[in-house]
Design a protein around this ligand. Structure first.
Ligand SMILES: [Zn+2]
Length: 145
């Protein structure tokens, strides 16, 4: 099972949907989450942090390596690998991706009932457009798609 949770950032202005692949890492592994506004005053530490789209995720690396080591037999994960391999990352491509994909599905819902084929085409096309935009904005996970 893959868990996701909604998590407020440190300053409380923003929220992100966080995804835990295979539920290997518990949510406490994400010790701090900084939105682009509170990231400015976050003390940067490359040993425990990863940056994406102006946001910063800070992991409890000791705990993360313990759990990953137990399940996967490897203990030298870096913050980037934890993020890029989705062990504790955005749900989707950005902090708000889940919401925007829900909105898209709602928007196209009427079409789904009248023309399923066209609905699927639209979903795929709109998603591709969105991914291109996110790539341009430099989001890590969009860049890998
Ligand atoms: Zn914030």
């Amino acid at each position: 099972m893959c868990l996701h949770q909604k998590r407020p950032c440190e300053c409380g202005r923003e929220e992100a949907y966080i995804f835990h692949r295979d539920s290997i890492l518990p949510e406490e592994v994400l010790v701090h989450l900084y939105c682009p506004q509170c990231a400015v005053s976050a003390p940067w530490d490359e040993r425990s942090m990863v940056k994406d789209g102006g946001w910063i995720l800070e992991y409890d690396m000791e705990a993360a390596r313990f759990y990953l080591g137990q399940r996967l037999g490897r203990k030298d994960y870096s913050p980037e690998e934890i993020f890029d391999q989705d062990y504790c990352s955005w749900y989707g491509l950005t902090p708000k991706d889940l919401e925007s994909s829900t909105r898209l599905h709602e928007e196209l819902e009427p079409l789904k009932r009248t023309d399923l084929k066209e609905y699927i085409r639209q979903i795929v096309r709109r998603r591709q457009e969105e991914v291109l935009i996110l790539k341009g904005q430099g989001w890590r996970k969009a860049a890998r798609t």
